[in-house]
Write a protein that binds this ligand. Structure first.
Ligand SMILES: Cc1cc2nc3c(=O)[nH]c(=O)nc-3n(C[C@H](O)[C@H](O)[C@H](O)COP(=O)(O)OP(=O)(O)OC[C@H]3O[C@@H](n4cnc5c(N)ncnc54)[C@H](O)[C@@H]3O)c2cc1C
Length: 453
């Protein structure tokens, strides 16, 4: 592996993922334009959503991703009387986690997508309502959707993330949409995954660029794992090409030893790793990426721009004031949504939209979701329960022939004196092996089982 560090100065403080993941005010990260909390008008349809009458306290869950599905599952387990309605415009689930494995033909599409909202709704006894939430009236307890209003007793919001291209110097819609269509990253919409797979499996040679953004982006190890998928594909198919991994961070943000070893030992002539690559602009027509110091040419690319919280919170004027990634204004210990400093007692939010510097990952969202279900159950009973940290578990496949993976597991603890979140109970295993590869596949299946059955 060729390793280059581009920049004279680091934008991120060294010292682990939390530094990289912390809100900008605490970590010194430069993330682009500051967050604004101005509310846009809500889209109301003035009609009631065509739903069966609530049979118990109604909980509306906005977003049927890892977080929303886990909360819904947990709610029905903790209190079957809850009448749960999940609102999402997507008709079909297709998981983001494990998608790198599909690109390398380790799993098939059935593994990622053979999980139906209807089957889950019928088995778990909730309603999947295919609609987009367009606003919420927190005083009248109404969730507005493009298919009508839903009155709720509790609401849980988990719309995930969106991309922020400005963080890579892309400020005009023409360039942004050309990149979105031609060089998607595969970190938000399932349809992007189809393009990414076609790019990797159709690659005929030259320079394949993979980027890793700065800030607390979704699934910290996933761009480094992506570099391994592409490199593994090049190696297996003897393609005359290389992977140029442009990392906006000063070093690999997690499982660094395991990834560096994989690049050095498995792909020495294939992966070129460039750290502190301060991407300042992209010309997708000329196939050029400009950093602070250099312009790189590419033949193929999957671009991971910066991330930001789902647009819904900005529209609602509920962005956490210190979040430069426009994440939701949540009470970090109770998960109540906040308007300014005021907690809304029956509104909660979590998943990758949260501002807290936890790993934006599936296991984190799922364990957090089960806890949030208990918080809502307790709130309905007029009780409170103690804080519980989410659990981050993350495998990364670094070798595709034979299959070998690396692993990390950690929790989070709030240090009151320092006023910041820290890692707790960290277990990192950077020795790649087949046993962890097998556990990775089982972990994915467990995640689906926990959400859909
Ligand atoms: C390539 C890749 C690899 C990954 N690898 C791992 C891994 O190894 N381990 C791991 O733990 N995690 C991994 N992850 C991360 C994991 O998939 C995410 O962190 C997790 O799914 C986040 O859950 P979420 O519910 O917050 O967001 P999502 O799962 O994105 O769900 C958000 C949902 O909200 C819906 N929504 C948005 N706006 C609205 C609206 N207005 N109204 C209604 N619904 C709306 C969306 O349609 C979407 O269905 C990976 C992700 C990627 C992309």
């Amino acid at each position: 592996m060729k390793k280059v560090s581009e920049s004279r100065r680091s934008f991120l403080k060294k010292g682990g993922m939390l530094a990289a993941a912390a809100p900008a005010a605490a970590s010194g990260i430069l993330l682009g334009t500051p967050a604004t909390a101005s509310a846009a008008p809500m889209l109301m349809t003035s009609k009631v959503a065509p739903l069966p009458k609530a049979k118990g306290p109604r909980v509306v869950v906005v977003g049927a991703g890892t977080s929303g599905l886990s909360v819904a599952r947990g709610l029905k387990r903790d209190n079957p009387k809850f009448d749960v309605v999940i609102v999402d415009p997507r008709a079909q689930y297709q998981s983001c986690f494990c998608s790198n494995l599909w690109y390398g033909d380790v799993v098939n599409m059935e593994y990622l997508a053979n999980h139906g909202y209807c089957d889950a709704g019928a088995a778990i006894d909730y309603i999947f309502f295919q609609a987009a939430c367009t606003g919420v009236d927190f005083d009248s307890n109404i969730c507005y959707t493009n298919r009508g209003e839903i009155k709720y007793d509790f609401i849980y919001m988990a719309p995930g993330i969106d991309y922020d291209y400005t963080r890579m110097g892309v400020n005009d819609p023409e360039t942004e949409y050309y990149i979105r269509m031609n060089y998607p990253g595969g970190w938000v919409m399932p349809t992007e995954q189809v393009s990414v797979r076609n790019k990797i499996q159709g690659f005929t040679g030259g320079v394949f660029v993979v980027t890793s953004p700065s800030g607390n982006y979704r699934c910290l190890p996933s761009p480094y794992e992506r570099a391994c998928v592409v490199a593994g594909w090049i190696k297996k198919n003897k393609i005359p090409g290389k992977v140029l991994l442009l990392d906006m961070n000063p070093d690999i943000t997690i499982k660094a030893k395991g990834f560096h070893e994989a690049y050095n030992q498995l792909y020495p002539d294939i992966v070129e790793y460039v750290s502190s690559a301060g991407i300042k602009g992209i010309d997708p027509w000329k196939k050029e990426i400009k950093t602070e110091f250099k312009t790189y040419k590419f033949d193929e690319m999957t671009l991971y721009p910066g991330v930001r919280g789902g647009y819904l919170f900005e529209q609602l004027g509920m962005v956490y004031p210190e979040s430069q990634q426009k994440e939701a204004n949540i009470d970090a210990h109770t998960y109540n949504l906040k308007k300014g400093d005021k907690k809304i007692h029956n509104a909660f939010a979590g998943g990758d939209s949260r501002w807290m510097p936890f790993s934006k990952s599936g296991n984190t969202s799922q364990t957090e979701g089960f806890h949030i279900a208990k918080l809502i159950t307790a709130a309905e009973a007029g009780k409170t329960i103690p804080y519980k940290s989410p659990h981050t578990v993350c495998y990364s496949m670094v070798n595709y022939d034979p299959l070998q993976a690396i692993y990390v597991s950690l929790h989070y603890a709030y240090d009151k004196k320092k006023g910041m979140w820290q890692f707790a109970r960290v277990q990192e295993d950077d020795n790649r092996d087949a046993a962890k590869a097998a556990r990775y596949l089982e972990w994915g299946k467990d995640m689906y089982r926990n959400m859909f059955t």
